[in-house]
Design a protein around this ligand. Sequence first.
Ligand SMILES: *Cc1c(COP(=O)(O)O)cnc(C)c1O
Length: 408
Amino acid sequence: MALANENYLKTPEIYCFDDIDKRVNAYRLLHPSARIIKLGVGDVTRPLPAEVVKAMHSALDELSAADTFRGYSPPQGYDFLIEKILKDYRSRAISLSKDSVFISDGAKSDIGNIGHVLGRDNIIAIADPVYPVYENATIMSGRAGTLTDDLKWSNIVYLRCSEETGFIPELPDERVDIIYLCSPNNPTGTSLTKTELKKWVDYALEHHSIIIFDAAYQAFVSRPDVPRSIYEIKGARKVAIEIQSFSKSHGFTGLRCGFSIFPEELMVFSQSGEEVPLIKLWSRRNANYTNGVSYVVQRGAEATYTRKGKAEMKELIAYYQRNTSLIRNQLLAEGYKVYGGVDSPYVWFRTPDGSTSWKFFQTLLYDFQIIATPGVVFGQAGEGYMRFTGFSSYEDTVDALERIKNQF
Ligand SMILES: *Cc1c(COP(=O)(O)O)cnc(C)c1O
């Protein structure tokens, strides 16, 4: 008799975003001709940069001829891409070794897979509200404990992240082993300054903890005192893994490519108290469980580092940031409590009149045909907040803002 992994039975039946789709579909059935504007999606909408497409076309041509054909990628990724990544870090005064870079099929995979190389009994800390994958990965790996009455998991430490803290997570009072940090943040749009991030690195150094630093939105950073990499902080190599993605910065959400940095200095402990470099375990996992990312996609990712590729990325980010600024500025002008939207494509705001997240979701949908993301789907502390994103088209963003102008 085959047994199920019980931990998988503990996660919520449906991914929280399905709930949004259900409600939108119900509305569509009743109002088939309504023009709905999506201001809630965490997915990009602009096409791939031309430089990326060109590189992928010629990579495909190479694979079509016997003398330039390539089979399996090296497990960590091709040198041509890793070299570009290292050079990009060097240009920001961060020098990393070639071996520390692992090309992946996106940030989400590594966020989930990292649990394979970490002991079962680690105490995990996540912010509340949070990107749901950190919590679900913790539950599915059997590290969450049991669900309590207030919809929190007994073994997860939830970092306070509220209006009082400016939606920046607070250091825990107790000792934790693994900390998921995301800056610039999804869903709150806020970002950690150098001073704030240093507190986390110092905490991790003091407690021999590890930080899993999700930098999926680093390309959106605009304030000079906000680090784009955790390695800008002294001592971070001893305690932090950095997870990166081409998804939001270059439109790779469907193509799939990202990378993670595992510094050689970062140690974990065996039961007998011996230090083990985490990179060793990750290399082993990588060699056994994946054959990497396609050659074509890695060539596409490489092209993002050319001069033209960089210029195209700047244009993409500027496009989304213009939308984000429009949203942020209008909400601010109308007196909303607004967070984020400066170093990220996300604007997080308090619902008017103290309405719940879902109630305001329904109002936006039924009265204005706008889809936003209810803050509560990101955790209990998100109740009473909403998330708008700058990922729609400029025209739709302007239209949506016109619809809700001075309406609340
Ligand atoms: C979108 C997103 C990711 C996923 O990135 P992929 O590379 O597409 O898997 C990771 N982390 C956060 C916080 C995100 O919002």
